[in-house]
Design a protein around this ligand. Structure first.
Ligand SMILES: Nc1ncnc2c1ncn2[C@@H]1O[C@H](COP(=O)(O)OP(=O)(O)OP(=O)(O)O)[C@@H](O)[C@H]1O
Length: 322
């Protein structure tokens, strides 16, 4: 899993209007991983993807994919990259099957009706194969976008906000497809602000804000390092002050003495163990409790904390004029 498939170094992009969408971004993607790029609106996610896919010309920096320099060997590298953009911009008058088959040919693959049928069936588009794209519902159009990206059997697949505004069924299909792609060894990079998705699917997570990559880490390590544990212990009898036996723990009295609140484990991932020790100390001190509610911070809370720390301003609009 450690061989890099994509190396981005010192990538910056300032748009004609002066917006600095990427600011010296470095990112190394490993072969076969699912990488989630998290960032608020306007963070630079789409710009980064666009730069790798040749849709945005970087102001400076270097992109290497499959060991090929994107500036020199663009076509060869691009042929191995699939992109599911946020919106369909072309092909509106085209019929579904033809549009998908065209995408396959665009990057030099021989026609393969069987493969196209397989993709269309997997995405529940087979019945719509002769429909014009403009006649399809929004969700169906999204399916076409995915089919087009899969048609040329990419080794590296970008999904830009794949599940924004799609229904549960499509979301499920989409994740199933992503699972199949991963089993075939495809490297997947997705952008999202649905953090639960990253939490569920990604191997590694990168956080981007204001064009800067703030952090990249294994998801589990990030959650352990930046997460914290919170526990609420309901007491059988009220306490008026914190007993000495538990004074060394990060705990406070709550609920008018009927409860204890523990907040700790920051940066250690040991919060749950410490809560267990705390309950033993309570028992030893003869303090009865009737229930414990323990929760660890979600990736979402970690993400919000990171973005706030790395950010001073508010969110930026996405569609500024060039
Ligand atoms: N063609 C363009 N011309 C000028 N500015 C642009 C252009 N495209 C994007 N920007 C600006 O660059 C910044 C980064 O935008 P980008 O679309 O890359 O962010 P994003 O993280 O993908 O956001 P979102 O989550 O809203 O899609 C924003 O401030 C945006 O307004």
């Amino acid at each position: 899993m450690s061989e890099p498939i994509l190396e981005i170094s010192g990538l910056s992009k300032t748009y004609a209007g002066g917006v600095k969408a990427l600011d010296n971004a470095d990112l190394s993607i490993r072969k076969g991983e699912i990488f989630a790029l998290l960032g608020p609106n306007g963070a630079g996610k789409t710009t980064l993807i666009g730069a790798v896919c040749g849709l945005v010309r970087p102001s400076s920096g270097k992109i290497e994919a499959f060991g090929l320099d994107m500036a020199r060997d663009w076509r060869a590298a691009r042929a191995r990259i699939g992109l599911v953009p946020q919106e369909l911009s072309t092909d509106m008058f085209e019929k579904v099957e033809r549009a998908v088959a065209y995408s396959r040919g665009l990057f030099g693959h021989a026609p393969d009706k069987g493969r196209i049928e397989e993709i269309l069936r997997a995405l529940s588009l087979w019945d719509k194969r002769d429909a014009r794209i403009m006649e399809l519902s929004g969700g169906m159009k999204r399916r076409v976008l995915i089919a087009k990206a899969l048609a040329h059997e990419p080794d590296l697949l970008f999904l830009d906000e794949p599940t924004a505004g799609v229904d549960v069924e499509l979301r499920k299909d989409m994740w199933k497809q992503i699972g199949i792609m991963r089993e075939r060894g495809v490297t997947i990079i997705l952008t999202t602000h649905y953090i639960e998705e990253a939490e569920e699917m990604a191997d590694r997570v990168g956080v981007i804000s204001k064009g800067r990559i703030l952090m990249v880490d294994d998801k589990a390590a990030m959650m352990k390092r930046l997460g914290r544990t919170e526990a609420h212990i309901a007491l059988a009898a009220p306490l008026t002050e914190l007993p000495d036996a538990i004074a060394s723990y990060p705990v406070e009295i709550e609920d008018g003495g009927m409860g204890l609140c523990y907040r700790g484990g920051d940066g250690t991932g040991r919060g749950k163990e410490e809560v267990a020790e705390l309950t033993k100390a309570l028992t030893r001190a003869g303090i009865d409790y009737t229930g414990i509610d323990v929760r660890e911070s979600s990736l979402e809370e970690i993400f919000v904390g990171l973005v706030q720390d790395g950010d001073t301003g508010g969110s930026t609009d996405n569609q500024e004029a060039a």
